[in-house]
Design a protein around this ligand. Structure first.
Ligand SMILES: [Zn+2]
Length: 260
């Protein structure tokens, strides 16, 4: 065994302990005192680790919150054999006996309780590792939820934009159609202007003139005179028909023979 080098202060302390134990034989051997001191220290440390403060000793077995009841700590320590209970993916158990901490498998923040089933012994390194893993999972979950919300928002915005675009297009088409009809009407008016003014000077009403213009629209591109003649034919045929209807029933044959 390695030799211990004591300071003057430590030698004095050893002397005082030996004085207190002066009526026991073994106490005169420093090695025996060292062994007893280690035993006492272990006892004391275990008590610190497993024992509870006075205020906790009256608590129920199932702890509330982060605090782990004395009975649960004892049971966990027994179950885990006083060493780190971490088991790696390849089945290797850590077994570290130093820097041990009581760990909540399901964190208290996520509803984990201080029960034997939920508490385990982990060394400091594995406690950190597990915390990081749980936090990481939480971060991953949050990130995924965020991405889903983002996607939903994006497709909603896209649908709204598509609807707006469709409305804009429909509006544009309607405006185009309106402009086309207006242009057509203007073209017709321009095309018919000469005919209409000729018919007006012949004392036909605007309604009659419009009717005649419509009936002779296919002559509009040609010279005015044939169109006016055609229009007059339409108007006089109608007038004749009207008169005929008011007189006898035999006469309507007239426009027919004319057409034949
Ligand atoms: Zn470990």
């Amino acid at each position: 065994m390695k030799r211990l080098t004591l300071t003057q202060q430590e030698r004095d302390a050893l002397r005082r302990v030996q004085d207190l134990l002066s009526n026991t034989d073994w106490a005169q051997d420093p090695a025996a005192i060292y062994a007893k001191a280690i035993e006492l220290l272990e006892e004391r440390l275990l008590k610190d680790k497993l024992g509870a403060k006075k205020s906790e000793q009256t608590e129920e077995t199932v702890g509330n919150g982060r605090r782990i009841p004395k009975a649960v700590r004892h049971a966990v320590w027994q179950r885990d054999g006083g060493c780190c209970s971490f088991v790696s993916a390849d089945g290797h158990r850590c077994g570290e006996r130093r820097w041990l901490q009581f760990d909540h498998r399901t964190p208290v923040a996520l509803g984990g309780e201080s029960t034997l089933a939920n508490v385990r012994l982990l060394c400091r390194a594995h406690n950190l590792f597990e915390a990081e893993r749980v936090l990481g999972e939480d971060r991953v979950t949050r990130a995924r939820e965020r991405a889903e919300r983002e996607r939903a928002r994006h497709s909603e915005a896209k649908a709204r934009e598509a609807a707006r675009a469709a409305a804009r297009e429909a509006k544009a088409r309607a405006a185009e159609e309106k402009a086309r009809l207006a242009a057509e009407k203007a073209a017709i008016q321009e095309r018919d202007a000469d005919l209409l003014s000729a018919l007006k000077s012949l004392q036909f009403t605007p309604e009659q003139s419009a009717r005649a213009a419509e009936a002779t629209a296919d002559l509009a591109q040609g010279p005015l005179e044939p169109r006016v003649r055609a229009a007059l034919k339409v108007l006089t045929a109608r007038l004749a028909t009207k008169q005929d209807f008011s007189k006898t029933e035999t006469k309507p044959a007239a426009p027919k023979s004319e057409a034949a």
